[in-house]
Design a protein around this ligand. Structure first.
Ligand SMILES: C[S@@+](CC[C@H](N)C(=O)[O-])C[C@H]1O[C@@H](n2cnc3c(N)ncnc32)[C@H](O)[C@@H]1O
Length: 243
């Protein structure tokens, strides 16, 4: 079978006339000629760069901070299935880059494959893309609510899926604690987006309750807790409840 190949020798390049600002006519024209844009835009312009890409109708893979999913310019695109995390996703943003054999050894954030290939993670960076990939169609394997409450993670057992005060949904503090058989809405941490399979789950809403405020739930001592940014999701086909 013919394998398409990109040879460095075939690549052509030239200097730009202007300063290279992506908003300039010159760079916008290059975008319009392109099929795919792959780059690492400045994080401070991420909100502006994304609409520029969509305006050009290109496929893209860009590096951003994982926290960008909490921007009001970004999460509607994820909900609408027009933007997702790349194939090296894990939802925490720990993206792996291949590094040379002689790169300095660091105490943390590095790993070596059995064949000796070395890798380094870059803080909370992640690929944001609209290019299809297989990982996002792999289903997350989960336990039922009953099993989670007995054998599940401590963070889940400790609070036992409380209902929010300001939205009809339950709090799920860990992605792996999502109950497989719950048919209502569930609030999960943003790391969920690293496991998100749009055939398995529907994203209902981001962050806010019916009152427009951050989601919060009651604590046993009478107080309330407002967890960090939650994604409200629902199973497309929840497992049947255990008899
Ligand atoms: C996170 S760095 C990425 C660097 C690049 N990956 C490299 O290895 O050289 C972001 C880059 O965007 C450039 N930049 C800043 N504002 C820009 C703008 N308005 N248009 C285009 N590029 C811009 C910066 O100069 C910087 O080189």
């Amino acid at each position: 079978m013919h394998q398409p190949q990109l040879n460095k020798e075939d690549m052509r390049w030239d200097y730009l006339e202007g300063d290279g600002d992506f908003r300039s006519e010159e760079v916008t024209k290059l975008r319009d000629e392109a099929d795919i844009v792959v780059t690492n835009p400045p994080f401070s312009l991420f909100r502006e760069f994304l609409p520029w890409l969509f305006e050009g109708g290109v496929e893209f893979a860009i590096i951003g901070n994982m926290n960008a999913v909490t921007y009001k310019e970004v999460y509607p695109l994820i909900k609408e299935n027009r933007l997702w995390l790349g194939a090296t996703r894990n939802g925490g943003g720990a993206m792996w880059f291949r590094i040379p054999d002689n790169a300095p050894v660091k105490k943390s954030g590095q790993r070596i494959d059995p064949d000796g290939t070395r890798w380094q993670t870059i803080g909370s960076s992640a690929w944001f893309t609209n290019i299809e990939h297989g990982r996002r169609h792999e289903p997350l394997v989960l336990m039922t609510m009953e099993d989670n409450l007995v054998y599940g993670l401590k963070a889940v057992k400790d609070i036992g899926y409380p209902k929010y005060d300001n939205y009809d949904a339950i709090e799920v503090p860990k992605v792996l604690g999502i109950p497989s058989d719950y048919d209502g809405v569930m609030g999960v941490p943003i790391t969920f987006l690293g496991k998100y399979n749009p055939e398995q789950f529907e994203i209902v809403k981001f962050r806010h309750g019916d009152d427009g405020k951050d989601l919060s739930y009651p604590l046993a001592d009478g107080g309330t807790k407002t967890p960090y940014f939650r994604v409200l999701i629902r199973h497309r086909r929840p497992d049947a409840k255990e008899a």
